[in-house]
Design a protein. Structure first.
Length: 263
C-alpha cells in the first residue's frame, strides 16, 4: 500500500488516501505461475478490502490504535531481522560435509533412523509385450550369472519403457509398487521370499527380481539416509548461526545509526 505519487507508476485504485500502484500489482502477479485476469481481479479486490479495514482504524479507541501500531512495528522488525539473518547465513554457512562427518552423525543417532517401511534392492523391467526376445529375458532377469546382467542392460537400453537395477542402492518397496501393478499380494511374504516374478498387464510385461531386503522397523542403512543426514547437519549449522547472529546485527547497526535518548 502506498500514499505516494509517481507518474511513472500509475495508481490503479485509491481508498481513503491509500493507493494500489501498478508496480505493487505486478509484484504480486509475478509470484503466481501463469497469472490470469481473474488473479489480477482477486488481488485488487483483496487490496480494496484490506484498505477499507485500515480506513476504519480511526473508529477504534486511541489505546487500541497505539497497540496496533506497536504490533505492526514489532512484526515489521521481526521480518527485517529474519531477512538480515538469512543474508548473513548465506555468507557464513559452510555447506561442505565430509563423508566422515555424515557417518559419525549416523552412528551416533542410529536410533533415529528406524525404517517405516520395507526397503529392497531390486531389478525391474517394464517392456512392451511386442518386444523381441522376451523368452531370453525370462532367464536373464534372474541374474544367475554375470552375463545376464550385461544382457539385461543391453535389452533394457533398447526396449524398456522403464528399467531399474542398482546393486548398491536401496529403495522403498512402496515406491516400487508405484511402478509395478502388484495388486492383492501379501507384501511381507512377497518380500521375505525374495520373489522373482514376471507377468503381463494391459499389453506390458513386467519383470521383478528382489535381490535383498530390510525389514520395517530395522535400522535404515547409511546409504539411504545420507541426504537426510546432510539436511539435518545443515539445519543444525543454520540454527547455531542464527542463535549467534542477532547480537552481531545489533552491534553493526549501533555503529551505523545514532541513538538519541530524551531526558
Amino acid at each position: 500500500m502506498s500514499a505516494c505519487g509517481n507518474s511513472s507508476d500509475p495508481t490503479l485504485v485509491e481508498v481513503n488516501g491509500l493507493k494500489l500502484k501498478n508496480s505493487s500489482l505486478d509484484y504480486q502477479l509475478s509470484m503466481i505461475e501463469n497469472p490470469t485476469e481473474e488473479d489480477k481481479d482477486n488481488i485488487i479486490g483483496d487490496w480494496v478490502n484490506q484498505a477499507l479495514m485500515l480506513a476504519q482504524i480511526g473508529d477504534l479507541p486511541e489505546e487500541t490504535q497505539q497497540e496496533i501500531d506497536f504490533k505492526v512495528q514489532e512484526y515489521k522488525a521481526s521480518l527485517v531481522r529474519y531477512e538480515l539473518e538469512n543474508q548473513l547465513i548465506k555468507k557464513e554457512l559452510d555447506t561442505s560435509i565430509s563423508e566422515t562427518e555424515l557417518l559419525d552423525f549416523y552412528n551416533k543417532n542410529k536410533n533415529e533412523f528406524e525404517l517405516k517401511d520395507f526397503i529392497v534392492k531390486v531389478l525391474y523391467i517394464k517392456v512392451p509385450a511386442q518386444a523381441p526376445n522376451l523368452n531370453k529375458v525370462d532367464n536373464w532377469y534372474l541374474l544367475r550369472n554375470e552375463s545376464d546382467k550385461e544382457n539385461v542392460q543391453k535389452f533394457a537400453n533398447k526396449y524398456a519403457l522403464n528399467f531399474y537395477y542398482n546393486e548398491d542402492k536401496w529403495i522403498y518397496f512402496e515406491d516400487l509398487l508405484k511402478e509395478i501393478p502388484l495388486e492383492g499380494i501379501d507384501k511381507e511374504k512377497f518380500i521375505f521370499n525374495k520373489t522373482k516374478t514376471s507377468f503381463e498387464n494391459n499389453g506390458t510385461v513386467y519383470y521383478l527380481n528382489i535381490l535383498e531386503y530390510k525389514l520395517k522397523n530395522a535400522i535404515s542403512p547409511f546409504e539411504l539416509e545420507k541426504e537426510n543426514i546432510k539436511q539435518r547437519i545443515l539445519t543444525y549449522r543454520i540454527k547455531q548461526i542464527r542463535e549467534n547472529i542477532y547480537q552481531k546485527i545489533i552491534t553493526n547497526a549501533k555503529k551505523k545509526y545514532e541513538i538519541n535518548y530524551s531526558n
